[in-house]
Ligand binder design. Sequence first.
Ligand code: NAD
Ligand code: UDP
Length: 313
Amino acid sequence: MRALVTGGAGFLGSHLCERLLRDGHEVICLDNFFSGKRANIQHLQGHPAFEFIRHDIVEPILLEVDRIFHLACPASPVHYQYNPVKTIKTSVMGTINMLGLAKRVRARILLTSTSEVYGDPEQHPQTESYWGHVNPIGVRSCYDEGKRVAECLMMDYHRQNHVDIRIVRIFNTYGPRMAINDGRVVSNFCVAALRGEDLPIYGDGKQTRSFAYVDDIIEALVRMMNAEGLTGPVNIGNPDEFTILELASLAIELARSGSKLTYHPARPDDPVRRRPDISLAKARLGWAPKIPLRQGLALTIEHFRKNLGLSST
Ligand code: NAD
Ligand code: UDP
């Protein structure tokens, strides 16, 4: 198979390119380096089955591929709120372009949607049948509503044009290769703990998230792409739920750090609770996450320790 990975130089995308090459596929990685990095894919550049194209998916592109893993979109609030108009263009025009390509070359296309489509959820845990509680005009809307439109486009191209689609809704994912300046909570806490700086808590820290290790999520993406007769959406994430304060203590403990916490105003529209119901993924993909937070966070801290040039003693 020849697979296109949009957003392939990003955090999840680079792990996915690696996995697809390992599985024996040809991989075309497409990225505009908005939040991704050349360094994430440098080790793949010499691989005979790997090709990189610098391209912005807001513009159309024609390629001969069998599978499209459509990941391109900034995912950290810091990145997606930096240029919100561009974020929504990426989700809407980018997804139209990728669906147009899928239709033309008859490729199967998988969209990495997000738990953010549930907004600040009033149902807990969140099942795929829940329609969400999203502010359409807030500072997170460029991302949340962008992904909701992307899901709608996927379904309409499927119903109207019979495009072969897969939709997954990914919950908070972390792991090696997250950028030091990514801005999401796991990287912020690991980096601050390793540097001995204060860990910034937005709000009272009692809000929850459910954190999945990158390898578990990549396995789910591959299974979803290969599944027959299943369009989704399917939730993928780790249902173990933690408060942000619990995450902070664990990061401090595992980094063997003396860092303290500082409190800052809560971010606007910050979801209070989030935990996936993964019954559907278990039943249809035979998938469940394997790596608990303590283990995954230790691996992630080692990654940041190396990247920051700190010794492990
Ligand atoms: P990331 O920011 O590391 O990767 C996104 C990649 O897309 C980057 O390499 C970026 O340069 C590229 N990109 C952005 N806009 C582009 C454009 N217009 N044209 C071409 N490339 C563009 O983020 P990530 O965590 O790897 O997320 C990947 C995907 O997974 C995103 O679609 C995100 O919404 C989804 N997702 C991620 C998480 C998570 O916790 N990591 C959770 C839910 C959903
Ligand atoms: N958060 C925090 N300190 C940080 C970064 C994030 O307390 O340095 C909180 C944030 O307010 C949110 C949670 O951690 O409640 C997860 O934030 P993140 O940006 O990782 O992802 P989100 O799930 O909000 O998209």
